[in-house]
Design a protein around this ligand. Sequence first.
Ligand code: MIG
Length: 819
Amino acid sequence: MADTTKKEGIANEIVPIPEILEDGMQHVNNPVLDLPRIEKQYLTAVKGYSQDRNVFYFTDGRAKVEVLVVSEEIIRVRLAPEGVFLADFSYAISNKPDEYVNYLLEESDTHYKVKTNAVTCFIQKDNFYISFGSAEEKVLNADFAAMHWEENVDFGGYYVYCTKEAQEDEVFFGLGDKATNLNLRGRRVRNWNSDTYSYAFNQDPLYKTIPFYIGVTQGDAYGIFFDNTFKTFFDFAAEHHDQTSFWSEGGELQYYYIHGPKMIDVVKRYHSITGTHYMPPLWGIGYHQCRWSYYPEKKVRDVATEFRNREIPCDALYLDIDYMDGYRCFTWNKRYFPDPKKMIADLAADGFKTVVMIDPGIKVDDQYWVFKQGKENNYFCRRGDDYFMEGFVWPGRCQFPDFTNPEVREWWGTLYKGLVDDGVAGFWNDMNEPAVFGRGTFPDDVRHQFDGHRGSHRKAHNIYGMQMVRATYEGLKKLYRNKRPFTITRAAYAGTQRYSSVWTGDNIATWEHLRIGTLQLQRLSVSGMSFCGTDIGGFTGEPDGELYTRWMQFGVFSPFMRVHSAGDTRDREPWSFGPEWEAICKKFIELRYKLLPYIYSVFWQQHKYGDPILRPIALLEQHIAKNLQREEEFAFGDHLLVSPVLHPGQASKIVYLPEGTWYYYFNNKVYVGSQEHTIDTPLDEMPFFVRGGAIIPEFPVMQYTGEQKIESLRLNYYFSADSCDSYVYSDHGDTFAYEQDVYIDKHFIAEGRNNGVSIRQGEQGLYTPNYSTFDLYLIGLPFTPSNIIVDGLKVESKKDTEGLSYVQLDRDFKKITIQ
Ligand code: MIG
């Protein structure tokens, strides 16, 4: 694939310097700006190499390239233009290279090849082009030009560039939070965390930076993670149909090639280096009600009472900035909340957790303990000339902790103690792009400690929010002792999943934004941020009952399910739009609660194995070209597939179902996969399907998680003449004991035939579940069962209060056969 004749083309190409890309993704032909052009420098021919265990260094005489074997499937490349590498430090990476990997170096006349059991990395001798492929040397990703750089006259260092071939059929996914189509081909995007109130379709950048993409060509997928915290840019065959480039305003050209060829494996392997989500507390995946802001106390109590009176399940109520005293973090407004401890305790007794907001801006006020401590200890960020970085945010004049300093993070973690003692169960970190009124964010000259690798805000901007929520999470972990914290952040960098869930910021109450939300969450999920949600109903503007309700339906299948809205909007509780809409919202929130044991098991798959929670059709069927373009259908975990309704008045919609058989959830009608179907979409239903062969655990409807003890866990088996694996996970629900194997992951292998079904059970983990039996419901059997054998003994089915038959099984059964 690498073609040496192409190099001249690149050298003459007009490559816009990054500044003129400020117009974002809708960038069309660049105006030719009258700016001095600086010659780019390219790697030349390989002159030699050296090896140090799993690291290879290649040189062209001056520049050096490091090729590091991270694992059988992952290879990292770094460029040092002058032969000196920067310190090997990353906030994104959580795991060290695997030292047990098998690899070797092969040399031919034209190439060096670094080979593992899965990947071949080719380094072409005459031009230093680097490419990657399978062990069988099928190339998947190849340089279009040698890695290059350009002296950065503005602030020293280099702009660094990597240009790769883009294949004719290639499509691109990932990049975290981009409000655009799933396939990024033809797009130019950049990463610079930004507070983007009321953002529009295609607006870029937004709040988060995840410089990781997945390419799929000829049905094979690979990933590239460009671990660089400076402002980064990606061009996916936009400027040139046959090239994909990524570059940065500073830092090192350092990227990971992540082998597939299955897209889901690329995502899992990306997680293997950047970490997965920790298990959320069970209540964290229930339904959450938020707004800007619920106050005073009476209002909060009224909302809670309404939920319980109307029997609409809810696990958490949020307090936005107005709970604070003059927007001072870690304080209470005693006029609105005279006795917060009592209020929180009363809410807790009624099954509500309280979540509160914390911002990074600390009010400049010598009477305020947080400011005093920060000032005394020199914890606030300073400008290049040593003056403090000051800016206006909600509290007025503020200074900002340098979360890139480990000592500051430690301190920040302790500040939560008071609120934790008051009973607050979760924390929401906002404005951490960082956002500053008027000027947007910090000026570039602000200095950061960067865990000892000092740098300006250019380097630290994109990880500021991540380090804030990291400080929050790590502090809470100590304060709650063995209890799991619950955190949400708006800004993020790759790896933030280790510390928090995320939401997509200030969206708008429009149908278009409902659609954008479905794209954002699918994209976040394949970019390593599976625990994500939108402001259900839209943050700004006013939804009508129909939009609110359709969004709630999508919300059931959002990993994080929270209604939220701006301060100047009308009421947004599930009952705010009248009884007709309330009934449907209630039905769907109840559906979330029924599905909780399934959803929780999917979170376990994410935590333990790195599986993305939401899976676009492209990820399920990457070998079918047409499916790479589908955006509306997606899977939630292994077995559920949905296609949210995205238009007002929509009576039906065409839904593509992947291979297999699928049960329409609301009436158990069976549809054959690998084709499109027209599905009716009455207001109180949505296209929601269960995979034939699956076993889906179900809870009874509760008003909040843990309200009732489950004696017998319901399992719904959806027949298929096939074999299918299902997992049902449980643990304490709120402790870290799962890290010591105190959990139980039940594994069911169901095998269907036209005249019989058998289900075998296996398990992993040491936890004794609360339930002692299973109630197994058999859906869609093509025969009438006459003989049920459990571990060699014949049993009779039972009838429930609705007259439906089920089989009760000991939770430790080994095998059941139904004929
Ligand atoms: O300047 O705290 O995105 O969820 O309600 C606005 C008030 C600050 C922005 C967040 C939004 C939150 C709001 N915040």
